[in-house]
Design a protein around this ligand. Sequence first.
Ligand code: HEC
Length: 135
Amino acid sequence: MVALNKFVIKNSTMKSIVFCALLVFFISGCYYDKAELTYPATATTCDTTAVKYSVDMVSIMNTNCNSCHGGTAAAGAGIVLSTYAGLKVYGANGQLLNSVLQNGTVSAMPKGGGKLSDCDINKIRAWLNNGMLNN
Ligand code: HEC
């Protein structure tokens, strides 16, 4: 009797083993992904749904165009694109879009620089299509 008892696993011991096994199972099954790390925003994300003159257009023009078309600079051949009124003239006559599309109908812009990103061009297009709002 005594010798046999050594090999009998006590009920409480068994419970502990099962508990530990479940614990390991749950902990290992429990990791989480951060959405922004698992699905990083791609470079192609471009929001053209809420393009604003005061935000998007001013920013695109300041970054790419106003060093020459800022009004006082002689490098812009007298073409002023740093004001709403000035930009609207070239938006309305089609030269703004054609120049950045670099399609050969007017001088390719930005002069001497690389072509604007597709996102910037699409924002300009959206601003034109929305009626060139001063918003
Ligand atoms: C380095 C100076 C410079 C920069 C930067 C520049 N332009 Fe120009 N732009 C000129 C000059 C000079 C002209 C006069 C035409 C020519 O010489 O090609 C001109 C002409 C234009 C015209 C009239 C089209 C034509 O054929 O004359 C438009 C529209 C225009 N630019 C838009 C832009 C836009 C939009 C940007 C920014 C994306 C830009 N430009 C950046 C120098 C510049």
